[in-house]
Design a protein around this ligand. Sequence first.
Ligand code: 4AD
Ligand code: MG
Length: 461
Amino acid sequence: MSERIKIVDLLNSTEAKPLVLLKGWIRTLRESKDFSFIEVNDGSCLANIQVIVDSDIENYTEIVKLTTGASISIHGELIESPGKGQQWEIRAGSIEILGIAPEEFPLQKKRHTDEYLRTISHLRPRSNKYSAIFRMRSKLSFAIHQFFQKRDFQWIHTPIITGSDCEGAGEMFSVTTLDMNDIPKKNGAVDYEKDFFGKEASLTVSGQLSVETFCLSLGDVYTFGPTFRSENSNTSRHMSEFWMIEPEMAFADLQDDMKLGQEFIQYLVKYTMEECAEDLELFAKFVDKNLMTTLENILNNDFIRLPYTQAITILEQSGKKFEYDVAWGKDLQSEHERFLTEEHFKQPVIVYDYPKDIKAFYMRLNDDEKTVAAMDILVPAIGEIIGGSQREERYDVLKKRINDMNFDEADYWWYLDTRKYGTVPHAGFGLGFERLLMLVSGISNIRDVIPFPRTPKNLEF
Ligand code: 4AD
Ligand code: MG
């Protein structure tokens, strides 16, 4: 019995092979009198392998009735292809039918809209475009670990269920085992003491606060996992469940943070170009004609570093009509971010030193006492892809900030402890993995780069 060989390995073969076993799904079948051609794909790479089926094989009449989507197992010979366009093909010796795909199989040859394909998230990875993006997603996950592991960053598994709100924005999903039809109350409010954890629990919006405690012991660390936000925004860049990578460096400041952010993005772009070339070509051809230019541009230039105050001046003087007002003290909207990176600088921009009132409590207060050492990395077509900061490492300043924000200091006792015992300057950021995938593929809707997107009112799969 021969062992199954994946199509990626067959196509990369350096020699003909007399007996191989491959399995996969039919993409197309062309029938002619004496023989038929079947294009087979097994998901291991974008390319199909061509299988030649002679009419004298035993179940020929059944085989030629098969349609797109059917699954088969083939014993055959790997031979040099006399045809154009491929080096290798398979001459089938025998074919076993594993599963037919009746006519109503939704992924027939014609092209479907992304909107329609979202309604069949369980089948869309069988199409070229979606198999390509999910292979890239897998490869880039590996590249992320490689980037950090090479630099001696330790991967920390921060919890998904949490008792604290990292961003302080209150956009959290509750985790509870209370009976929704009979909620226990105490003094008019929910009695969380009766809940599973004895206190209010949520899905995490970020692993940052937890990973900071490890930063202050293991040095350089990172998290890579799912995060959840209950923000009710239906944009092409937001999801309720997304994956985030959050490095945190000890003995580091905002400059180090910006440098790491740039190097990280450039590493992942380079990795995509080198290790995902075949899949990338599909996106450059069919999804975004400017993709390669965009990626080259990211790779070959230092990112612009722009203080927030200057960004506001540029926006005010741009003469552009924005939907949202521009004023010092207001947060940048996506239209502003995109103007800076797409129109004004035409390359990635790092905006830093934001007003303290629009940023999270843990960011380090600058000497002007009006701004914090925050930085956002903005890229064309997406806007913010990274959000980070140098952290407030001074115990008294942090404590004051927690109180000024009207947070309950008691909730942050363990976070404050890290500043009490051997505090050090440290900095980190969060990169939205899906936004990175949009960047390297040119895909314009975030729902199309995650296997099963979760957005408001959408939980089918
Ligand atoms: O800017 P954010 O909210 O920063 C944090 O959560 C920090 N705790 C990170 C840190 O310093 N360790 O989110 C970071 C990044 C954003 O720049 C964006 O790429 C992505 O996460 N992101 C989202 N991606 C998809 N859907 C959403 N709803 C997102 N919210 C943020
Ligand atoms: Mg942000």
